[in-house]
Design a protein around this ligand. Structure first.
Ligand SMILES: NC(=O)c1ccc[n+]([C@@H]2O[C@H](COP(=O)([O-])OP(=O)(O)OC[C@H]3O[C@@H](n4cnc5c(N)ncnc54)[C@H](O)[C@@H]3O)[C@@H](O)[C@H]2O)c1
Length: 378
């Protein structure tokens, strides 16, 4: 992620200093940035002169030379491993060298920004700036002020990232921020449907893609993300939200992770990627497909409504986040309007009655909107 973020800043005309704990990672980062710039030249997105100038603006700092090179930086974005103590240690070390006015940003996906900032002498200058993978391609960036972040710092960081041709949204410092929180039911509910034997993975993927209009089915997407990564995100959000059953991870997925079947990167996950593997076919049953889409979609809409209810973000930013961050075909609140919020509530009611699980509880805001016959967007 650090490499991609550095590439964006370089392409936008900044001088960039890049380091890592591993020499190999620094070398790989330089190679990867140079290769990306070469590709940009080949595709006429960049002139050879601009590409060369970008390479000249990059300083790769070897791990053993400390952080002194970062002294003159106006913004430092941290993308080290997702461990609280490592991130806190990184910022404590940075605070000793950077200037008073330097903004400190973390690319954390799942840790509390407030908690990372609490290690700093000046937590008001630290915020979350959360990119999506691959950072140079994905347009969305979540801007996440911690509890003690100064509004000026948030505004300044947002201005810089907006200048990088990114779409920024403002998220509250809550588990999973906007995208990773609201997207949970896409995986969780698909896994429940699989576990119950209602449909197999290819059928669920077919339904979500062909009937739901999602760019990729949930199982193919989990294989692509890596089952270990996807499971860890779910587990961390579930834990951080005090084991709310809405986010409970799947045991089936956990077993696959334990077995080392991590998806594409390990050659097998929900699908088998070995060259001669037989591919299971989808049961292209329209009625079954529509039931699958309705169940998963209503859970997603409810999650988006609840995020709005709990002020995770504004309605506009929730819509932007899901369309620009994970390429959903439309915003979930508008989708709810279109389906009929009363229909969404009725579907959740049916699921809740059937399973008697708190997992299917509707957001108080959904109930209120239906009661008052309102829509999110007129
Ligand atoms: N991969 C994604 O899809 C994604 C998306 C958004 C955000 N993030 C976040 O970005 C961060 C990095 O994720 P990643 O997938 O690039 O991980 P990664 O494991 O590929 O890279 C982390 C890098 O940090 C280095 N590192 C570890 N400790 C360090 C230290 N003390 N000082 C300097 N470097 C150190 C490692 O050597 C490694 O090169 C994490 O916080 C992650 O949650 C990842």
């Amino acid at each position: 992620m650090g490499t991609g973020i550095a590439q964006i800043a370089l392409s936008s005309g900044h001088r960039v200093f890049l380091t890592d704990a591993e020499t190999r990672a620094v070398d790989r980062a330089r190679d990867s940035i140079e290769a990306a710039l070469r590709r940009d030249v080949e595709k006429s997105r960049l002139t050879p002169q601009d590409a060369e100038a970008a390479v000249q603006r990059l300083t790769c700092v070897p791990p053993d030379s400390g952080l002194d090179s970062f002294r003159g930086c106006a913004l430092v974005i941290e993308a080290v491993v997702e461990k609280l103590d490592v991130k806190q240690g990184t910022f404590r070390a940075l605070e000793r060298v950077v200037s008073e006015g330097c903004v400190l940003a973390t690319n954390t996906s799942s840790l509390s920004v407030t908690s990372i900032g609490s290690a700093c002498d000046r937590p008001e200058r630290l915020l979350g700036v959360h990119f999506f993978n691959p950072a140079p391609v994905m347009p969305l960036v979540e801007i996440v002020p911690g509890l003690r972040t100064s509004p000026d710092v948030t505004a300044a960081a947002r201005r810089i990232v907006d200048g990088w041709q990114k779409t920024t949204v403002l998220a509250s410092d809550t588990p999973g921020f906007i995208v990773n929180r609201i997207a949970r039911p896409l995986y969780g509910e698909a896994l429940r449907i699989l576990e119950e034997g209602i449909a197999n993975a290819p059928t669920i993927d077919w339904a979500m893609r062909e009937l739901g209009g999602f760019p990729m089915g949930p199982f193919l997407l989990m294989d692509f993300i890596g089952l270990d990564v996807n499971y860890a995100v779910t587990e961390s959000i579930w834990t951080a939200l005090h084991f709310d059953p809405r986010y409970r991870p799947s045991v089936t997925q956990k077993r696959l992770v334990e077995a080392g079947l991590l998806g594409r990167k390990s050659g097998r996950g929900y699908y088998d990627y070995s060259p001669d593997a037989p591919q299971r076919a989808a049961t292209e049953d329209q009625a079954l497909g529509e039931r699958i889409v309705r169940r998963i979609l209503c859970m997603l809409i409810n999650e988006a409504v609840d995020a709005l209810f709990l002020r995770v973000a504004s309605a506009e930013d929730i819509e932007l986040a899901m369309t620009k961050g994970v390429n959903y075909p439309q915003g979930l609140l508008a989708w709810g309007d279109q389906l009929g919020l009363d229909e969404v509530l009725a579907e959740l009611g049916r699921l809740q009655e059937e399973y008697e699980e708190d997992r299917y509880r509707p957001s108080p805001l959904l109930k209120r909107m239906v009661r008052e016959r309102r829509k999110f967007f007129s």
